[in-house]
Every structure is written in C-alpha cells, then in structure tokens.
Design a protein around this ligand. Structure first.
Ligand code: ATP
Length: 619
C-alpha cells in the first residue's frame, strides 16, 4: 500500500509572526470588534492591577491607624473592581464569538472554492486526508487563536509592562529582584519556539496522514475485507497513530519543560523579593502596606507570565495551521500567474456568451504534436505521449484502442483539460482548448469515465450535473439512452438518493447513470472512457443502439477495449509507444494493422505495454 503523501515539506525555519500576519485579510472585517475585545480585556487586567494598590491603602490606612470607619469605601472599591473585571471579560467574549464564526466560514469557503478549481495534477499529489485536516482541524485552530490567544498575547504583554512599571514605582529594588528571571526566560522561550514549531508542523501533517488512512479504509472497506487486509490496514493505522503520539508527547515534553521554568524561576525571584522586602520593612525603609501592595502586584502578574508558555505554543500551532492553509491557497490555478487569482472566473463568464469554437468552423477535434508526461514521472522515463497527431472529423466517432497502460485515459483527459498537454496543440473546431474559457470548454466537452463517480444526491441531481438547466424531458431521454430504466424501480424514482459514491447501486447501474450524465447536455464533443465495461452483453447491445443516435450528432472520442464498443465508431485510432500508430475503419485496420488484430483478438490487450518486449511483432 502506498505511503501517504505529505506534499509540501515544512520550511526549515519560519517566522511565527509573519505566518500569522497572513490571517489579517480575514480578520480585517472584524478589526473593530477585535480592538474592542482587546480593549475590554486590557481594562479588566488593569482593574485587577488596581486591587493591590487598594490593599496597600487598607494596610497602611485603616489597619495601621485602627480606623475601621475608613474601611467600607475601600472594600466597596474592591467589590466594584471585581465586578468591573468580570463584566469586561464577558464583553470580550461576546463581541468576538459571532463574527469569528463568520471568519472561519469565509476561510473554509475560500479553501473549498480553491480545491474545486485546482487542477487534477494537484489532487494527484495531495492525500485527501491532508486536505480534510486543513479544512477542519486547522481551521478550528486558527479561529481559536483569534478568539483567545491573540487577544491575550497583546493584553498579557501590556499588563506585564504596566505591572512592572507599577512595581518600580512601589520599590525599585524589589522590582529589580523580581525581574531577574526575565533574561533567561526570554532566551528559553526562543529556544522553545524553534523546537516547538517543528513538532507542531509534524503533528498536523501526521494528523492529515491519519485522516487519509481512515478515509481510504472506510471507502475501501469491501476490498479490505474481501482480501483479508483489514489487519494490515489496522497495523498501518497503528504505526501512524504511534508516530503522531510520539510527536504529541514531544510537544508536551517541550511545553512541560518551559512551564517548569516559567513557573519556577519567577516564584524563586518572588521569594527573594519577599525576604528583601521583610528586611526593608524591619529596617523602616519600606512600609508594610507598600510591601503588601508590591507582593500583590507581583502575584497579579503571575498569570500573564505563566500563560506565556501555552500562548506561545498555541500561536505556533496557529502559525503552522496558517501555513498549511495558505499552502493550498497559494497553489496557482491553471493559467493563473501571480496576482491574477480570481480573474479567471470573470474571463470565463464574460466570454461564455461568445460562441466559442463553433463560430462557423467545423473542424472537429485536432491533436497536433501532443506530448504529455505526469509531473511525478521518473526523470529517466520517456514522455507517456510522444507526439500525438490525430484528427477526429466533425460529427465523427473515433474509437481509441491500445494496450493497457498505453495512455488512452490520459489522452482523453487532455481534451477537457483535466491535464494540460506538455507540448503540442489540441483544437476543437479550430480553437485551441487553452484559449477557451474553462466554463465554455466544460459545456462543449462532456466526459464519462470507466470508474463512474456518483455523489450523495438524488439520481436527478447526479445526472443533471451534466446540464444543470435541463428539464425532465432531457433527463428522461438521457436515462433512456443509457438504458437506465432501473431508475423507475428505485423507491423514489429519479428522486432517490443514491448514497455516498452511489454505493447502493451496482457497478453497471452507476456506469449507466454516469453515461446519462455525459449525454444529457447534448454536448458537441463527447469523451467516453470505456463507458460500457461493467454492462452485461444484453444491456451493452441496448446502450450501443441508443448511443449510436447520440453519437450521430456529436464528435466523439471513445476508449474501447472490446470489438463491440469499437463498432460504435466510424474510425479507430491505435495508440502505441506514445503515438498514434494507425488510423482507419475497423475493417481497414483488421487488414492493415497487426497490433490492432491482436488487440481485438484480446491476446495483447491484457499485456501491459511496458511489458511487451522491444522488437516483438506487436511493437
Ligand atoms: N495521475 C497519474 N500520475 C502518474 N502516472 C499516472 C497517473 N495516471 C496514470 N499514470 C500512468 O500513466 C500510464 C498510462 O495510464 P492510462 O490510465 O492513461 O492508461 P490506459 O491506456 O488508459 O490504461 P487502461 O487501458 O488500463 O485503462 C500508466 O503507466 C499509469 O501508471
């Protein structure tokens, strides 16, 4: 089983702040509320800092003077400060909760829209779990960062500065003692950040890999059970879960070490300050009230200092989540150069009203010198397609035959630009497919793949994906062409939900719905990749009969493995060694092409092209 793909290695060293700043465009619309939230939290913290001053007053005033009459106003002031703090913290939460849910929705929407528009080559590279974890766990991490750690990083830093200034006004000698741990703490947090950011990245990537394993094993549960591979899969899952556990433990270890120092050192310094303060009070160099106020201020600063550990840890997690989010958003869309993101849709929309390739020229499909190689193909491997020249006349049906692995599916994927040819040109009625707006191209070219994918939606919705505006007559006609009469027997007819990936239907039924989806839009160009492979002989004959009518009005490329499918076509092209080796009618090729004869006899069709020895009669 292949290892999961973690496509983008984590940058060796990255700036947490720079990564987090990329969230600004999303946070910008709620900047006022963020400011109110920070302001409220800041006021609450400052209110807390006033408490020690009031305590000092109580000790040096009513208590020292034995004047209990002066006590109630100071007690009331303490109560007011407490209530104020609670009210402000409540306000902080309330102003942010709702708009932050909106920020998360906007980010998730952008990610999903990007995923939909990115080319197939991108999806080939990325494990689905990696994308899933970016759309769920990472999104949650970023939202939580904006809700809490961001606000408290600002508020606690300012509170710390204000508290320190206050301690200096109370007694500068004690303040210096209390601040002694500051320098080693700063050094330590820098070290912590370096170690933690690497571990955080690893953990989030491992989480994505784990999600891929879960998704694959749920979708492939039948295969796993049928081949008794569930134990092997469980083993693989356990291995990855243990790797994640190790990374999480490393994170926890780093955080625990930092915490021990962050809590321990200031406590030690505070103990020293207390001893020095007592000495100063005993020698009348400091009032008892000032010492109480100083110690209370120092204690009030414990939270801002102690929280530093997990705030930094969370900021790191959020920076990693942000990096992972933008790794997807930064992926260029086909034909998009830097700075043009978002314009493709406009271009497509504006020109979709133009007539596209059908401006009078009826040239059909023309491939000239087309070359293609997959981006991840080994460097020493030749291009998969090495100069395809093929002309499918307007209204003609061309069958494409070739040994397994010769590149037939790949060639068909170039027409609707699921992949872009690495060289050469493909034209539809005279217009280069790269010049056509994608929306127009997808309207013109309709596809049915050998592996039919249905979505968790009704039969109607699945089929009408091929022509969103089509009415019930077109739907019925498409289902009739695909011989999908079984739909009427489903509990709710075309309104029946076919379940995730259409698993509640048989392979042949799914293939027929996929075929109906391909023909419902009455496309000008139809690409069928062995669309009848899962049908029984009887149904195949019926579909072929109906398809002939459809194919009569369209230009089609049909990948065929069986003579019966080939007979649907006007002419046949033989693909071998990355080129079109021969083109002709079925009869012409039977006489003129040894390879075609073998392919049709079924002898070499099952032999992968790569295994046919050089110099063999079929080569
Ligand atoms: N996404 C991909 N990334 C890298 N290589 C790929 C990818 N898809 C297919 N290939 C490779 O390209 C070659 C041609 O595959 P393709 O599916 O086009 O062949 P085919 O002629 O349609 O085969 P079949 O008749 O078995 O369906 C194969 O060696 C395959 O491993």
């Amino acid at each position: 089983m292949p290892e999961n793909r973690t496509p983008t290695p984590a940058p060796a060293r990255r700036s947490t702040v720079r990564s987090l700043l990329r969230l600004w465009p999303y946070a910008r619309p709620i900047r006022l509320r963020l400011a109110v939230s920070v302001g409220a939290a800041l006021l609450a913290s400052f209110a807390l800092l006033l408490v020690p001053m009031v305590l000092g007053r109580i000790v040096d005033g009513p208590i020292a003077d034995h004047d209990l009459g002066a006590l109630p106003p100071l007690i009331i002031l303490l109560l007011v400060l407490g209530l104020l703090e609670a009210g402000l913290f409540y306000t902080r939460r309330v102003v942010l909760a709702r708009p932050l849910a909106g920020v998360e929705t906007a980010m998730r929407g952008d990610l999903f829209a990007r995923l939909q528009r990115l080319p197939i080559a991108f999806h080939d590279r990325w494990g689905s779990g990696q994308l899933l974890s970016r759309a769920t766990a990472d999104m949650y991490t970023m939202r939580l960062f904006l809700t809490f750690p961001l606000v408290f990083l600002i508020v606690n830093s300012l509170t710390f500065l204000a508290g320190t200034a206050l301690m200096f006004t109370q007694d500068w000698r004690l303040a210096l003692i209390a601040l002694l741990p500051a320098a080693p703490l700063m050094l330590l947090t820098r070290q912590f950040e370096a170690g933690y950011s690497g571990a955080a990245r690893r953990a989030q990537d491992q989480n994505g890999d784990l999600a891929t394993v879960i998704e694959e094993s749920v979708l492939g549960i039948r295969i796993l059970k049928a081949f008794g591979r569930h134990r092997a899969m469980a083993e693989r899952f356990r291995g990855q879960a243990h790797a994640l556990r190790r990374t999480e433990l490393r994170k926890a270890g780093l955080l625990a070490n930092l915490w021990a120092v962050i809590v321990g050192l200031p406590e030690l310094a505070l103990g020293c300050a207390l001893a020095a303060g007592c000495y100063l009070v005993a020698h009348d160099e400091l009032s008892a009230g000032t010492l109480v106020a100083f110690l209370s201020t120092a204690l009030a600063l414990r939270w801002p200092v102690e929280s530093l550990g997990w705030l930094l840890a969370y900021a790191n997690e959020a920076a990693t989540a942000t990096d992972r989010f933008f790794e997807v958003l930064d992926e260029p869309l086909p034909g998009e150069t830097a700075g043009t993101a978002g314009t493709a849709g406009t271009a497509a929309a504006s020109s979709s009203s133009s007539s596209g390739p059908d401006a009078g020229v009826r040239d059909g499909v023309r491939l000239t010198g087309v070359r293609f190689r997959y981006p991840d193909a080994p460097p020493d491997e030749p291009d998969l397609l090495r100069g395809i020249d093929l002309h499918i006349r307007s209204g003609e049906t061309m069958a494409l035959v070739g040994a397994t692995g010769s590149g037939k599916t790949t060639l068909t994927a170039l027409l609707p630009r699921l992949y872009d040819a690495t060289a050469g040109t493909i034209t539809l009625d005279g217009r280069d497919v790269r010049e056509l707006p994608r929306e127009r191209l997808r309207e013109l070219v309709s596809v049915a793949f050998e592996e039919p994918t249905l979505f968790s939606a009704t039969v109607r919705e699945n089929v009408l994906m091929g022509a969103p505006g089509a009415g019930p007559e077109r739907l019925a006609a498409a289902l009739a062409t695909a011989q999908a009469g079984f739909v009427e027997k489903l509990p709710e007819g075309v309104g029946t939900e076919v379940g995730e990936q259409g698993l509640s239907l048989s392979g042949g039924q799914r293939q027929r719905l996929a075929l109906a989806r391909a023909v419902v839009g009455d496309p000008e160009f139809l690409v069928l990749d062995d669309p009848l492979s899962a049908l029984d002989v009887h149904t195949e004959a019926l579909v072929e009969k109906a398809l002939r009518q459809v194919l009569g009005s369209t230009t089609a490329l049909v990948v065929a493995h069986r003579p019966s499918t080939v007979l649907l076509a006007d002419r046949v092209a033989v693909l071998a060694d990355g080129r079109i080796e021969a083109v002709g009618t079925h009869q012409e090729l039977l006489h003129g092409s040894a390879r075609y004869r073998e392919l049709m006899s079924g002898e070499s069709a099952l032999v992968p092209e790569a295994l046919v020895p050089e110099g063999s009669p079929t080569r």
